[in-house]
Design a protein around this ligand. Sequence first.
Ligand code: LLP
Length: 402
Amino acid sequence: MNFKDLAKKYNTPLYIYDLNHFSNQYNNLKNAFKGRKSIIAYAVKANSNLSVIKHFASLGSGADCVSIGEVKRALLAGVDKYKIIFSGVGKRDDEIKEAIEKDILMINVESEAELAIIHNIAKNMGKTARISIRVNPNIDPKTHPYISTGLHENKFGVDIETAKKMYIFAKKSEFLNPVGIHFHIGSQLTELEPIKEASAIVADLVRSLKAINVDIKFFDVGGGLGIRYKDEELIEPYDYAQAILSTLSGLDVTIICEPGRFLVGNGGYFLTKVLYEKINGDKRFVIVDGAMNDLIRPSLYDAYHKIEILTSVQNPKISKANIVGPVCESGDFFAKNIDVPETKAGDLVVIYSAGAYGFTMSSNYNTRPRAAEVAIENGKDRLIRRRETFEDLIECEIDYMV
Ligand code: LLP
């Protein structure tokens, strides 16, 4: 990847996505499930640029969405409506109504209260809503607490007994069609055992539902497959698929999995430029033009992202430094105390593994326009989101001129 040319052409800060990498990851996972009916439903939240979703749609991917906005993105990008799932712990009535109108594959329900509301809304519309229920299997996924979701102490899903009650209610309702079951125990998973355990618990529930004539067709195992940011041991897609399949004997279900990070994480790069360096006491800071508003993962999760400095200094001295942005927060950093060569203004800094939860978690904090996004496919680059302007940022503000 020629970062210098891309920076010259599109300027910085810049997100760059390698669509060929995205395809490879998709095909790899899809192949792991071959021989079984499966849908890979790309978790749009990881990177929701329409061109990225469209790319996955062209490979046959579905979409896992957590707002009606994401559902609309998926539809706009050409995802088959019968491969779209609408999840989320809190859905507004208007979102539920629109999801039913749009006739997507299923709404993934996360509480008894939500099920009752969906029932009422579908009844008022004279329609039947296809649903799945998110089960919380109470499994520790052994990941960062902020992205762990499968324990009872987390807000997600319902316990097994509640799920059973909900399926019985849905079965009785002519306005609800319980077609699926769902679990998602966390993100950036690097251990197989918790997924297998959760899958076994939920598969047992599917068997007991069958006994009472609730016929589950879609077995949704969530997302969560981890990627290598540094030196993590990874779960191989084949082993992942085998572990899940081993829990499903005797069940004729379509497997759905909802990867986000696995598909896009390592195909994304965040490119930023050195503004200048400074020394405070004995601390060296390299200040760049990207900031926590562009990529918040280091500030929010203390996440590690590999950083490469393309210095133009000949035989540069190397010393410890913090790579920081211009935002007025001490938490605005990309890395702390790493070895950094001497730099000059304009030198490029490449932040790796930025394809997932990078741009989608960015903001306009400090009235900073969001970065541009570029896709690379078969060696060719194209702009897929233009850089924001000041005018974009103030567009929704209406009261100040009176
Ligand atoms: N399905 C459900 C129900 C989810 O909640 C998530 C992620 C996924 C699928 C996709 O998970 P993935 O395959 O990407 O791990 N912002 C955090 C990650 C939050 C994940 C939220 N849910 C980060 O930057 O690490």
